[in-house]
Write a protein that binds this ligand. Structure first.
Ligand code: PMP
Length: 411
């Protein structure tokens, strides 16, 4: 397949100088080896080009950060203007205070905000705030949830010792009994409970909260003096301009954001209630690049546009068009394809496709035809996806499904 020859040759070079060549969630082993491009060259709007010059409609948006579309002019300009004055000083810039004010104004329960660079920075910091505030050790999280690369929660086992997770316990999504049982048996030892706004594991369909699950989790935490931490890194500000909890009707004590905050500029944030402000001030937080002025300006502009242009509503509508198109095309060719999760970040799956064979075949064919679909991670839509690009993607999907059906592919 000469389509990826430059990607391959760069990967060979990377293998010489980088452990594993490419690591993490974009390593070839984590996607569709030999089908996904290994390296990107450029991107604009809802499309990107790989190093071989192949163009793709982008349905992953850099795994989430690109919420307005690649190279959004207003965000780029705000960042460039801030950077022109110098980007990293011995002390934060004015934009730091302005962004904190904006976060507190935007997120209804928030009385304060802090900033860092990656999602993991703020989830791990929030864990420490919960321990500092309660004087307790135990942390509960959902089975199958991802909260970052730190030892307490990383999905891999390399370099991790039992003691790293000695005080981490996992309960089950949508099963209040599993949480309550654990809280009862751990008595007064639980500092914090991590939740996500909906369940978005990899390799499995997303699950929305049922029967007020999160409201009940909140009530249990409130009653027992446990800090409830919302990890809203995956879809924060993509589902609702005020944070995803607004869509699901509950209120955490701390929320962590990252991906959609800066439209690609590196920034993350934790926000919280007044009652946790003293504890928050005691937990050390810093970093070489924590106060970059361009990322702060990009985030302020991005968050302003998300509200001004009703971006979550737009993305949901365009995602709905995509999901309906995929489901209808599949039905026409004898497959049952459903989109789980929110329309703005759907996880499409084929009914009965236990080992993901159909998903891999479908996404593999689509990528070769220029629609970058992922077989086992939720997709991401952006404000740059318009009806034309969705219809183009649905046409590609239809062609893939026709080929699969003709070849007799079954789950
Ligand atoms: N939590 C969730 C829900 C995420 O989706 C991610 C990133 N995929 C993280 C935490 C970690 O964020 P980061 O990769 O920026 O450290």
């Amino acid at each position: 397949d000469s389509r990826l020859s430059e990607s391959r040759s760069l990967f060979e070079r990377a293998l010489q100088v980088v452990p594993g060549g490419i690591y993490g969630h974009t390593s070839p082993a984590a996607g569709l080896p030999g089908i996904f491009p290994y390296f990107a060259e450029s991107a604009e709007g809802c499309r990107f080009t790989d190093v071989d010059g192949n163009q793709y409609l982008d349905f992953m948006c850099g795994f989430g950060p690109i919420v307005l579309g690649h190279q959004h002019p207003e965000v780029e300009e705000a960042a460039a203007r801030a950077k022109a004055k110098g980007n990293l000083f011995n002390v934060p810039s004015r934009g730091f205070v302005e962004l904190a004010e904006l976060m507190v104004q935007r997120v209804d329960f928030a009385d304060w905000a802090v900033f860092a660079k990656n999602g993991s920075d703020v989830t791990t910091w929030a864990l420490q705030v919960a321990r500092e505030a309660t004087g307790r050790k135990k942390i509960l999280m959902l089975k199958g949830a991802y909260h970052g690369i730190d030892a307490w929660c990383a999905p891999g086992y390399g370099g991790i010792i039992e003691e790293d997770r000695e005080h981490i316990h996992r309960f089950e999504w949508n099963k209040l009994d599993s949480l309550v049982g654990m809280l009862d048996s751990l008595r007064d030892q639980v500092a914090g409970v991590f939740v996500t706004p909906y369940h978005h594991p990899s390799f499995a369909a997303s699950e929305m909260p049922e029967n007020g699950f999160l409201t009940k989790v909140q009530a249990e935490c409130n009653r027992r003096g446990i800090v409830i931490i919302l990890d809203d890194i995956r879809t924060g500000f993509r589902l609702h301009a005020g944070g995803s909890h607004r869509r699901f009707g509950f209120e955490p004590d701390i929320a962590c954001y990252c991906k959609a905050m800066g439209n690609g500029f590196p920034i993350s944030s934790a926000v919280g209630r007044d009652s946790l402000k003293t504890a928050a001030a005691k937990v050390f937080l810093t970093g070489s690049y924590w106060n970059n002025a361009d990322a702060m300006a990009a985030a302020a502009t991005c968050l302003t546009i998300i509200e001004r242009d009703k971006v979550p509503e737009r993305i949901e509508a365009i995602g709905d068009r995509l999901c309906r198109g995929l489901t209808e095309a599949a039905a026409k060719h004898g497959y049952v394809l459903q989109c789980s999760g929110p329309r703005a970040a759907p996880y499409p799956f084929f009914e009965g496709d236990q080992n993901l064979r159909l998903a891999q075949s479908f996404c593999g064919k689509a990528v070769r035809k220029g629609a970058f679909f992922h077989p086992h991670h939720n997709w991401f839509l952006s404000a740059a996806h318009d009806e034309k690009s969705i219809d183009e993607a649905v046409a590609i999907a239809t062609e893939c499904l026709r080929e699969m059906s003709e070849a007799g592919e079954k789950a």
